[in-house]
Ligand binder design. Structure first.
Ligand SMILES: [Zn+2]
Length: 142
């Protein structure tokens, strides 16, 4: 049984393609930094939740973090394929991202290092949804 299926729903339907920036084979999440208090935000918003400033600038999020928690989804509407894994990743800039998680569920551990990666857009996926997930960092692979 594989848990690495390509046909999965977006982990966060509020996200759109402009929340992701790709360059070559790399991918980065684009959020914001509050110019008044310095708080990092993802996804983008209109007002800083810390200081209520609207003085926000786009900024790229770190591409590595640690796995905070996850869950295996076994039931989903058609045509999505189950099971798949969703979870929260804590980035070093204090941002927690809700995302699909790669790797076998029994190999996942709290606080394990994970890295952002692009995934191929699946047919049936709504255009504009960000094709990304976080997967465990493979030892010896940069
Ligand atoms: Zn702020």
């Amino acid at each position: 049984m594989t848990f690495d299926t390509p046909l999965i729903p977006s982990a966060n339907p509020r996200l759109s393609a402009d929340h992701v920036r790709t360059a070559g084979t790399g991918i980065r999440l684009v959020g914001q930094t509050c110019k008044d208090c310095g708080k990092s935000l993802f996804p983008r918003t209109g007002v800083c939740p810390a200081c209520q400033s609207v003085n926000l600038a786009d900024s790229e999020m770190p591409d590595e973090g640690v796995l905070y928690s996850w869950s295996v989804v076994h039931v989903a509407p058609k045509p999505w394929t189950t099971p798949y894994v969703i979870g929260y990743v804590d980035l070093p800039n204090q941002v927690r991202v809700f995302s699909h998680i790669g790797g076998a569920p029994d190999s996942l551990r709290v606080d394990m290092p994970v890295r952002l990666e692009a995934v191929a857009a699946a047919h049936g996926e709504t255009a504009g949804q960000p094709p990304f997930r976080f997967s465990p960092v493979q030892k010896g692979v940069l």
